[in-house]
Design a protein around this ligand. Structure first.
Ligand SMILES: *Cc1c(COP(=O)(O)O)cnc(C)c1O
Length: 347
């Protein structure tokens, strides 16, 4: 019987052994025994913020150059996102700007590896360690990426992965949190299940903290296990397509490729180019039948984040020039060559 059908008819569709198995196999893939599964990446991020000690009224240094869930999770924790500025050549938050924004209310630093390009973790972690502030990596774009020869997932106190429908690995919806410290695991398990310690008897357990309904179930975990078996070629194809663009897009007038930390090996969930006449390029590629987009709106433009307004010249520069070109596992050799031909012809 197909595995999904088997679990659907097993009578055990909730959070059970399959979820534990997925946590253990995903953790092994990253290289950590401390993996906690969630119903979404956003739920994993919210829980990471609570585990990091973020409480209502606190500040969290974050980036506006990301998908909304990164900063919504900060709001869920009752905290205020304080925007760090990004490197105008790759969209990642910079260590210098984090250092500038740290204040007495700062309780955590959220780092997004934008498009799957690892941020400069060495400098960021040095500043965080100096101030005793935990780092939470939003690695939703960065499954399989590496920094200083180690997989993303192993560098910081908390690292979140998303298994939402369009990510490298999907469970339809789901997420994972890799914790550096094993002591966070039992607390994280309570937070994701109404504050209840499931190891104790349901009728005698005392609930002492606010918890949520954030757990994963056996059905989505079954999809995750099957996805994990086939993930290597998917990740490799994203990386190969990215490397192909790195090699072929170097000398095109009006176009720049992203500069990266030399210690970073990107996962290329997206491939970002920077163009001076970006909107013209976008129209030109669309007319040529090449799918391209900015994918995300800078979060500081949303009214919900108005209290966080800040001067962000690096982001202004990046956001006005950035465009993503097709680089996923589905992009064939012919298609990527066509993209390069179009760019060489000019716009
Ligand atoms: C997908 C994504 C998330 C998490 O999203 P979920 O849909 O909750 O799994 C968080 N941050 C970024 C940057 C993302 O792209």
């Amino acid at each position: 019987m197909p595995r999904l059908e088997a679990v659907l008819y097993s009578g055990q569709i909730g959070e059970g052994e399959v979820v534990k198995q997925f946590e253990s196999e995903f953790g092994a893939f990253i290289g950590s025994p401390n993996a906690l599964s969630f119903s979404s990446g956003t739920a994993a991020l919210h829980t990471a913020l609570i585990l990091a000690g973020v409480r209502p009224g606190d500040e969290v240094i974050s980036t506006a150059m990301t998908a909304e869930p990164t900063n919504m999770a900060v709001m869920h924790a009752g905290a205020k996102p304080v925007w760090g500025d990004v490197d105008s050549s790759n969209g990642n938050i910079t260590a210098d700007s984090i250092a500038e924004k740290i204040g007495p209310k700062t309780k955590a630093i959220v780092v997004v590896h934008y498009a799957g390009v690892p941020a400069s973790l060495r400098c960021i972690r040095e500043i965080a360690t100096q101030h005793g502030i935990p780092v939470i990596e939003d690695a939703a774009h960065a499954l399989g990426a590496e920094y200083e020869g180690q997989r993303i997932g192993l560098h910081s106190e908390y690292v979140m992965f998303s298994f939402q429908a369009i990510k490298h690995l999907t469970t339809v919806d789901g997420g994972m949190l890799i914790c550096k410290n094993a002591a966070d695991l039992p607390v994280g398990r309570r937070i994701r299940w109404f504050g209840i310690d499931r190891a104790q008897s349901r009728t005698s357990v005392d609930v002492r903290e606010v918890g949520y309904k954030y757990h994963m179930n056996n059905v989505t975990a079954t999809i995750g296990l099957a996805q994990l078996e086939g993930i290597q070629p998917v990740l490799e194809r994203h990386m190969e397509n990215g490397a192909f663009y790195d090699q072929t897009l170097g000398n095109i007038p009006g176009l720049e490729i992203c500069r990266r930390d030399p210690s970073a090996k990107p996962a290329h969930w997206l491939y970002t180019v920077l163009a001076e006449r970006r909107d013209d390029l976008s129209r030109y590629l669309t007319e040529a039948g090449v799918e391209c987009s900015q994918a995300h709106r800078r979060n500081d433009e949303h009214p919900v984040f108005v209290a966080s307004k800040a001067h962000l010249p690096g982001l202004d520069s990046f956001y006005s020039r950035m465009l993503h070109i097709p680089c996923g596992w589905w992009v064939t050799d012919e298609q990527r060559e066509y993209v390069v031909d179009c760019l060489r012809r000019g716009w």
